[in-house]
Design a protein around this ligand. Structure first.
Ligand code: EPU
Length: 348
């Protein structure tokens, strides 16, 4: 059976994943496959390769740490295309295929006057990963604009359309990371965007400050996107120059009692109400207080401008990243009694 798909599809063996993960980790995949359309996905699933081998579905590789070589199949969606599904005077539904580069898509929509993605420009990765991670930045999350997700069930090859509710979105979380983990391949995502330029969200303080500095009172979404791109440039490394996986940890969520206890010892602890009586702590602040900002362990460092980001100082391995991550988690837990969870996915 396998030989059939082998012949039908572009399947490679022993491929370095270095250029397929933004941390620049030189791990190898024993089998690497890049489906570029529905036919390729069907062939891959019907051929049974994913049923018999260990597999990993890779997006833009911007949130992944390969700790070692991957003995199995790495599937990287390479399908491209953006199309308008429906449109009226106020709204437009756009379908983007999983292999599209997220930031190019977000800029493209903003330029075309389709609004909702302007706060999400410059996030590394591809469209297919957006619903899995529910990517977010500057007061907007992918869940605010996703209308539906088209995905293939790995076991049966059947196509299913998930509504926004079906996706069970949470903070950097969705059904695809929980009960349906490794059960579906995201093929495309439908976004509902609006044409009313006054709907743009500017309440995140970094954005409102950026607009004030530029004396912009009623910003266009394009101006918001430009401010966001500027803030990201100042705070986050350009993954083309410095290897990283963006925010390495999630901001931990604590109850009111825990926050009160922490505030007794650390009155300046950075926190935000996150709804239902809970509070989000700024993980970057916790890490900085532990003295890690700008520090390194071997060839992996904590970015000097944003303590939530781990960076490759040159030639680091996944196990070095894991070591630093575990050390930071232990230090934060010892000091604050709060356990950080990684946002980056560690593949062993
Ligand atoms: N802070 C520090 N030290 C630092 C950096 C930040 O103390 O080194 C404190 C500051 O008080 C700052 C606060 O933390 O005001 C929040 O910082 P920031 O606005 O940079 O946001 P974040 O919570 O650290 C999250 C996302 C980012 C996203 C920004 C902006 C997570 C895990 N990360 O970071 O997402 O760009 O908000 O919305 O939620 C990513 O996921 O890869 C990512 C970059």
């Amino acid at each position: 059976m396998h030989t059939i798909i082998w012949k039908l599809m572009n399947i490679e063996e022993n491929v370095s994943l270095k250029s397929y993960n933004t941390f620049g980790l030189d791990a190898k995949a024993s089998i690497f496959v890049q489906p570029k359309d529905e036919k390729d996905v069907s062939k891959l699933l019907q051929g049974g390769l994913l049923a018999s081998e260990r597999f990993f579905i890779l997006g833009g590789g911007s949130n992944i740490v390969f700790v070692a070589d991957f003995a199995g199949v790495v599937v990287r969606m390479a399908n491209k295309g953006i199309s308008i599904v429906s449109e009226d005077d106020r709204r437009v539904v756009v379908e983007a295929q999983a292999g599209e580069v997220w930031s190019d898509f977000a800029w493209d929509m903003t330029r075309r006057g389709f609004y909702g993605l302007e706060n999400l420009v410059e996030i590394p990765g591809c469209v297919g990963a957006a619903p899995v991670q529910n990517v977010g930045a500057y007061g907007v999350e992918a869940k605010d604009v996703i209308k539906a997700v088209v995905a293939y069930e790995i076991a049966t090859g059947c196509k299913r359309i998930f509504t926004n509710t079906d996706c069970k979105f949470g903070y950097r979380d969705s059904v695809f990371k929980n009960e349906l983990k490794d059960k579906y391949i995201v093929f495309s995502v439908m976004f509902e965007l609006h044409k009313d330029r006054t709907c743009t969200k500017t309440d995140y303080s970094a954005i409102s400050n950026g607009l004030k500095e530029r004396n912009i009172l009623s910003p266009t979404p394009m101006q918001v996107a430009e401010v966001v791109a500027d803030i990201r440039k100042q705070k986050l490394p350009d993954t083309k120059e410095i290897g990283s996986a963006g925010s390495f940890f999630k901001n931990p969520i604590v109850g009111e009692q825990k926050l009160e206890l922490l505030m007794k010892d650390y009155p300046t602890i950075v926190h935000y109400a996150s709804g239902d009586g809970k509070y989000k702590l700024a993980a970057a602040w916790l890490i900085e207080q532990c003295g890690w900002k700008g520090k390194s362990l071997g060839r992996v460092g904590v970015y000097a401008k944003q303590a939530l980001v781990l960076v490759n100082n040159g030639g680091c391995t996944g196990s070095e990243v894991q070591k630093l991550s575990e050390t930071i988690v232990a230090d934060v837990e010892n000091k604050f009694g709060v356990r950080l969870e990684t946002e980056a996915i560690i593949v062993k």
